[in-house]
Ligand binder design. Structure first.
Ligand SMILES: [Zn+2]
Length: 359
């Protein structure tokens, strides 16, 4: 039995999304969420997942979504970010089934000041729900971790009520996930805000559960967004298992891992740390952005280096003055090089998370 025995290929939402994450948690693997900015990066992620027989999460950040719509478009009132997110989601919906794998469409971090973006996407979800009985996106992420815990939970609950009506999943963040500099500066600081407390997880779990079971929590365990030199940050992924045990005890659950956790800021973390977060911690999703950006770039860089002499003029190369170079400067050729190295990195992320041959 595999994932395709419990959910269909194509975009997965609502009950099917719950089943998918539940299956991943039980079978101790996590699905990478690949930040995408174009049809090219979406295709690289889908192609990778298809080739190693795995589900995949396509996610659009606020800036990534605006980029999908076009850098030339004004983002006043989050307009480009809303249009781009919707266009990206619709594109994924159009091609996902053809790849034959379950695909989750997700929007990444939305801080308080970006809430108009969230509202715009939710409006599109509600409209899509009216026509098709499911939301356009599988899930969205609200990041109010910079606000007080009370405000964070209150705003999330407000949105969760609205999202539950259209079977849309909510991912929230609690505790501070540091930035690159914070990570270095906080090297030896066991700051409580960098490590979410079990009581907070339980509070969120119990309040959210009164509305729906379709939510996940990005808890801080020393994570840092972006890339950092190994050893600069003390990750404590074993905390996730402690949170699980605490919540299970509080609610008297027979399931030792009642919470769906999400791993943010995982770039540069060791395979051991990932294993701990996934196997014992119940992390079912891990964000991957920085490493796939780098992979995409290296493909393009190496293509240029290798073919430099064929890329200086439209006609004329070492093989002759009259030789055309079209087959080198056609975007389908050089962008494809970037796609292939990104695809490789997505496959590696899937392998790290145990998300291989699970269909
Ligand atoms: Zn985060």
């Amino acid at each position: 039995m595999g994932v395709l025995d419990i959910v269909p290929a194509g975009v997965v939402t609502g009950k099917n999304l719950y089943k998918l994450f539940d299956y991943a948690r039980e079978h101790k693997f996590a699905i990478p969420a690949i930040n995408c900015t174009s049809t090219s990066t979406v295709n690289a992620a889908l192609e990778a997942a298809r080739d190693i027989k795995s589900p995949i999460i396509i996610q659009f950040s606020n800036g990534g979504a605006a980029y999908v719509a076009g850098k030339g478009l004004s983002n006043k009132n989050q307009e480009a970010a809303i249009i781009g997110a919707v266009a990206g989601a619709q594109y994924v919906r159009t091609v996902a089934t053809a790849y034959g794998i379950p695909v989750v469409i997700h929007s990444d971090h939305c801080a308080k000041k970006l809430l108009p973006w969230f509202d715009g996407m939710l409006a599109a979800d509600e409209e899509y729900f009216k026509a098709h009985g499911e939301p356009l996106f599988s899930s969205h992420m609200l990041d109010l971790s910079e606000e007080s815990k009370e405000e964070n939970i209150e705003v999330c609950l407000k949105y969760l009520e609205r999202m539950a009506k259209i079977n849309c999943w909510l991912e929230m963040e609690i505790g501070i996930t540091g930035g690159e500099e914070d990570g270095v500066n906080n090297e030896d600081v066991d700051n409580a805000s960098l490590y979410t407390q079990p009581e907070d997880i339980y509070e969120i779990y119990s309040k959210f559960s009164e509305i729906t079971e379709n939510f996940s929590i990005a808890a801080a365990f020393g994570n840092v967004h972006g890339v950092y030199a190994p050893g600069n940050v003390k990750l404590h992924p074993e905390l996730l298992a402690k949170h699980q045990a605490f919540v299970a005890e509080q609610i008297g659950s027979s399931n030792p891992k009642p919470v769906f956790f999400v791993f943010h800021g995982g770039s540069g973390s060791s395979k051991d740390e990932i294993n701990t977060a996934v196997n014992a911690g119940g992390a079912v999703k891990m964000n991957v952005d920085t490493d796939t950006q780098w992979a995409y770039w290296t493909g393009l860089r190496d293509f240029y280096k290798k073919n430099q002499d064929y890329l200086q003029t439209q006609v004329g190369n070492p093989e002759g003055e009259g030789k055309p170079n079209k087959k080198y400067y056609d975007p389908r050729v050089f962008i494809r090089s970037a796609e292939l190295t990104m695809k490789q990195r997505v496959e590696e992320a899937c392998q790290d998370l145990g998300n291989v041959n699970v269909l």
